[in-house]
Design a protein around this ligand. Structure first.
Ligand SMILES: O=C(O)c1cc(C(=O)O)c2c(n1)C(=O)C(=O)c1cc(C(=O)O)[nH]c1-2
Length: 238
């Protein structure tokens, strides 16, 4: 039976299908496994932090794109929080600043992170693909593409659990970004899931949502591929 004639999945089934995609999350990428099992060198950690900075600065830009495409005031009222989380507001310096502190804690200068001298072209292309997708697609599709965050609390918790043990030279304050994200990501996912489960309501639409999530998983995966190529893997290429 083709997808077009099949009954839609129930919200529970659909959510389970989305969660199943977690097998392709970058938590399983050899470069991330190396980082989170204590096998990375100082240079590899620095390379990861400097490159991931580019993802960090793209995120609020893509959230601005979602806002600009969304005519629903109720959604915008919640979504705008994501920009505040990353850019900061009032006394809260925000996630990008927290990332810069992480960079300094791993031994990078603020300047060399901000001027993006370490950002690998393929990492830039991958992040830009995410931004361009969110600029061009209906806002609900962009919301769906944010759902890799379903799997993010685990990866942040893994870092918080393993880095202090394996990399005691990184000051604990530097890990604040990850602490903040555990709760922020859970809240983001609640909103993102509600929109996605409501909007993609036929089987072909639901299948499309799975493809969108895979596209985003591929962005994160290819960033890791690029970093593995540049900085190497423990024990050589895999
Ligand atoms: O460290 C990670 O592995 C990781 C992954 C992801 C993700 O799954 O997209 C995000 C983040 N971190 C993150 O910190 C973050 O703020 C974030 C926002 C988004 C998004 O797509 O809107 N993803 C992620």
């Amino acid at each position: 039976m083709s997808a077009s004639t099949q009954r839609p999945w129930t919200p529970e089934e659909f959510e389970a299908q989305l969660r199943d995609k977690g097998t392709a999350y970058h938590i399983h990428h050899p470069f991330n496994v190396m980082l989170n099992t204590g096998k990375a060198t100082r240079e590899q950690i620095q390379g990861w932090v400097a490159n991931r900075y580019y993802y960090q600065i793209i995120i609020p830009q893509k959230d601005g794109a979602v806002l600009s495409n969304c005519p629903d005031r109720e959604v915008r009222r919640e979504w705008i929080q994501r920009i505040l989380d990353h850019d900061g507001h009032g006394d809260d310096p925000g996630g990008i600043e927290a990332w810069l502190r992480l960079g300094q804690a791993v031994g990078l200068s603020r300047e060399e992170i901000v001027d993006q001298r370490h950002v690998i072209p393929a990492v830039r292309f991958a992040c830009d693909a995410y931004l361009n997708f969110c600029r061009q697609r209906p806002w609900q599709e962009s919301v769906c593409s944010s759902l890799t965050e379903l799997f993010a609390p685990i990866i942040h918790k893994q870092r918080l659990a393993n880095w202090p043990e394996h990399y005691p030279w990184i000051e604990s304050d530097g890990l604040q970004y990850f602490r903040n994200r555990v709760t922020q990501a859970r809240r983001d996912v609640e909103q993102g899931l509600a929109v996605t489960l409501a909007y993609f309501d036929t089987r072909p639409q639901q299948e499309k949502a799975l493809d969108i999530l895979k596209f985003k998983l591929d962005i994160l995966w290819s960033m890791n591929d690029a970093m593995a190529l540049r900085y190497g893997l423990e024990g050589g290429p895999k």
